[in-house]
Design a protein around this ligand. Structure first.
Ligand code: ADP
Length: 795
């Protein structure tokens, strides 16, 4: 073969200037030459003339290539033959078809075209390519009919066996065994690519003449990208003899470059030939395994000696590959589906269990095991509002905290999505991960809320892997100087002109590599499961909020009903009570002389009790009224309200001389002034009542949220303050810690009926109700014996 790296057109070795060697830059698709076990003819679809012919055509037919080039195809075939060949080709797809037993006048036949003794039968591979049809002729060796029958029955059995395979492993094991039985090759292996582009031999059927490759890993460069693409388009590749001479193609027109992607006779790339020689192979057949239109792997058949395959065997092997590819898609999909279902049912279980949880923390922390199973993790860290909890096998709390901090600051991580990040080699991104590789070499991070610092981190431990490479993978490319290449001496490095020639690897000795700091990768189903969990959690929170809103609405309604009921009942009770009171009074007035002392005492008690009950009913009426009343909200000067409340509280109390102080002018607030006046007057009345001191001091003021925090007052209640907090502070008797909450209950008093001026125990309940109707909160702090401070916030 004449080498012309610049892609020039050069003279043929035969010195024939009309027939030109097509030798543009050699590529894997257009090598410009074919294997010698057949000949190739390119025919124009426009005028049926022969545009291309391989230079060995004269070895097979009774005419020289020169005689045939440019002539109508009728010079070679009978016109009906060409017509039926054309009809066999589906021009909508780029796949070759095979037609058996086409008779041609053989080389021995000379001009005697109708002499039957000189007729040779050929198998023809035909395919359509642009404006031409390529025909490849291989002399037919008539197979024994018994053999054909056996081959056909084997094929249909193989197809059935492939269709029965329920998992990838058994499918490939079946295919390699059947392909070997069917083709008779010394070794048949199934090769599968992984995500990194490398690949491993996952199934094999091998005899004694070649070593086993099972389990060995081959680096990505062993099957270059170009070759992978070729295998996607052309599903079977047959190299009959690695030592065979290459046959040039002749063309009628020097511009026509022939794409031989689909050509069965296409010459293999020299690199591929060298590779096969390096592994001791003389003949090879490669069958593509395609999934989702990508090369998933292939079935590779090797023979130590030249192996002639009939066209029918090659065609049937193509069918086996296609059926295997279909079944592969089926089993991979069903394996994936099964795993996805498992993960889905775990997620459903988690969500069901989480419905009863009150908070996200509770949901996550209590269902730790389900969360691990949901993505197949060994451990997890749940971080909610900055609080971290660990579950399973994880790094330490401090390490997780640091990791989370680092993750928060990362904006350029190769995320799966905005909320999701996955790696099975954390140490390559975060050097600290070296220290906890045993627990977390793999990380799957799901942000629930970045702003609230809430996330789930799933961990996978280090998976110490020993990879059995077929030869040292990094020693796979040798660069040679162009000069040295010709001299046959190897020089590592590029040539003087910078040119580099790739050479396949020559050593396939087992080369072990230990891979560290990696975990098992997270697969698509697991990553989807994490993403789905986030959606489920969001839905759960929304459902909880809706539930809460519903409860609130119901609560509001039942409160309203209760207020109406209390109002109506109190109102209706008043009348009979008045009757009892009046009759008791009449009895005392009109029948006192007929009653003894005991009777009169009892009647007096009855009158007193009716009066007390009357005042209790009044309080109940007031209480119910507050719930029913519509608020008349306006912006008011709190200083005025406080002033009026002081007057109200001190009006009937000439016995005391309290000092009211307001250290700084109070802020204006939006409220119902009458009701707010009632709040302050109630609190002031209590400050005047519940004291033993003659020097009563009452201070009314406010604290900004910052001041409130600084003074460390009532921290729990004041945690999320946005507006100033009002306070009313007295120097009274104080309240014991255990009563701080109960004093706000209706009719709750801490003292005997008559002590500290008596009361109904409803004052603070009414105060609380008014504050809450304004959307606020009230609470009290106290030092028993020294005084109390009431706080009002969020009004
Ligand atoms: P009443 O004053 O009618 O008893 P309240 O609801 O106003 O009802 O008060 C409930 C109880 O809380 C009171 O009985 C009293 O024991 C206690 N209390 C209320 N205010 C103060 C205060 N400023 N100092 C001490 N104890 C108080």
């Amino acid at each position: 073969m004449v080498d012309s790296p610049q892609g020039n057109t050069v003279e043929t070795p035969h010195g024939d200037r009309s027939a030109l060697l097509v030798h543009s830059e050699r590529s894997i698709y257009s090598p410009g030459c074919i294997q010698p076990h057949g000949f190739l003819v390119g025919v124009s679809l426009a005028d049926s003339s022969i545009l291309h012919i391989s230079s060995n055509a004269g070895d097979y037919v009774g005419q020289t290539p020169r005689e045939l080039l440019g002539k109508p195809i009728g010079s070679l075939l009978m016109s009906r033959q060409f017509e039926s060949l054309c009809n066999s080709i589906d021009t909508t797809i780029s796949a070759r078809c095979w037609i058996a037993a086409i008779p041609l006048v053989s080389a021995k036949g000379g001009e005697a075209r109708n002499n039957e003794e000189h007729i040779q039968f050929f198998n023809v591979w035909a395919h359509h390519q642009g404006d031409r049809i390529l025909l490849e002729f291989e002399p037919e060796v008539p197979p024994a009919s018994q053999a054909t029958f056996i081959a056909q029955s084997q094929l249909s059995q193989t197809v059935v066996r492939i269709q029965m395979a329920s998992d990838v492993r058994s499918l490939l094991e079946q295919v390699v065994v059947d392909a070997r039985r069917y083709t008779g090759f010394d070794r048949v292996l199934a090769f599968r690519f992984d995500a990194s582009g490398s690949g491993s031999v996952v199934a094999e059927s091998v005899g004694d003449r070649l070593p086993s490759f099972l389990g060995l890993r081959f680096p990505a460069v062993d099957v270059p990208q170009e070759a992978r693409e070729l295998y996607v388009h052309c599903h079977t590749r047959y190299v009959r003899d690695v030592n065979a001479a290459e046959i040039d193609l002749l063309a009628a027109d020097d511009t026509s470059e022939l794409d031989l992607t689909q050509a069965i006779l296409r010459s293999p790339d020299p690199c591929c030939i060298q590779y096969l020689k390096n592994i001791g192979v003389a003949s090879s057949l490669t069958i593509s395994l395609i999934k989702d239109r990508r090369l998933w792997g292939f079935i590779s058949c090797h023979n130590t000696t030249v192996k002639s395959l009939s066209a029918s065997t090659i065609s049937n092997c193509t069918s086996i590959g296609q059926v295997a590819s279909l079944q592969l898609a089926n089993v991979v999909e069903s394996e994936d589906r099964l795993y996805r279902w498992q993960l889905q049912s775990i997620r459903a279980k988690f969500i069901r269990a989480s419905r009863d949880a009150d908070t996200l923390e509770e949901a996550l922390f209590q269902q730790g095991n389900l969360l691990l199973a949901m993505v197949g993790a060994g451990g997890a860290a749940f971080c909610v509002d900055g609080t971290i909890a660990l579950h399973g096998i994880t790094p330490t709390l401090e390490q997780v905290r640091e990791l989370l901090l680092w993750l928060k600051g990362q904006t350029t991580l190769p995320s799966v999505s905005e909320d999701l990040f996955a790696t099975h080699h954390l140490a390559s991104l975060y050097s600290e991960a070296h220290h906890f590789a045993d627990t977390a070499s793999g990380l799957l991070l799901l942000w629930i809320s970045r702003t609230r610092n809430s996330a789930i981190l799933w961990f996978r431990p280090e998976l110490l892997q020993t990879i059995d490479w077929a030869g040292e993978p990094t020693a796979n490319i040798q660069a040679e100087e162009a000069q040295n290449d010709r001299n046959g001496s190897v020089n590592e490095g590029s040539g003087n002109d910078g040119s580099v020639t790739l050479h396949p690897r020559s050593s396939f000795e087992l080369w072990k590599e230990t891979v560290r700091l990696h975990s098992e990768p997270w697969n698509r189903s697991e990553i989807e499961s994490a993403q789905e969990l986030r959606n489920s959690l969001v839905n759960l929170v929304i459902a909880k909020l809706e539930e809460l809103a519903q409860i609130n609405r119901e609560l509001e309604r039942s409160n309203e009903e209760l207020d109406s009921f209390a109002y109506a009942a109190s109102h209706d009770l008043k009348e009979p009570l008045r009757g009892i009171h009046n009759y008791s009074t009449f009895l005392l007035e009109d029948y006192a002389d007929q009653l003894d002392e005991g009777g009169i005492d009892r009647l007096n008690t009855l009158v007193r009790l009716t009066q007390r009950m009357d005042s209790l009913i009044d309080v109940l009426l007031q209480f119910a009224q507050i719930g029913r009343e519509e608020l008349k909200i306006q912006l008011v000067d709190l200083n005025d309200i406080v002033q009026q409340a002081i007057e109200l509280a001190t009006a009937g109390r000439r016995d005391v001389n309290p000092t009211f102080s307001v250290p700084r002018s109070l802020p204006p607030i939006h409220c119902d002034p009458l009701l707010m006046e009632r709040v302050f007057s109630n609190l002031f009345s209590n400050a005047l009542k519940y004291t033993n001191s003659p020097d009563i001091q009452v201070e009314v003021g406010y604290l900004t949220p910052d001041e409130f925090q600084q003074q460390g007052m009532g921290q729990a209640e004041g945690e999320s303050l946005l507006a100033p907090v009002l306070y009313i502070k007295d120097n009274g008797i104080g309240i014991r810690q255990r009563h701080l909450k109960t004093i706000f209950r209706l009719f709750k008093r801490l003292h005997a009926q008559k002590k500290y001026g008596g009361g109904t125990g409803a004052g603070l309940t009414i105060v609380k109700k008014i504050v809450e109707r304004h959307g606020g909160r009230i609470w009290v702090t106290s030092e028993y014996g020294a005084g109390s401070t009431f706080f009002i916030a969020d009004i």
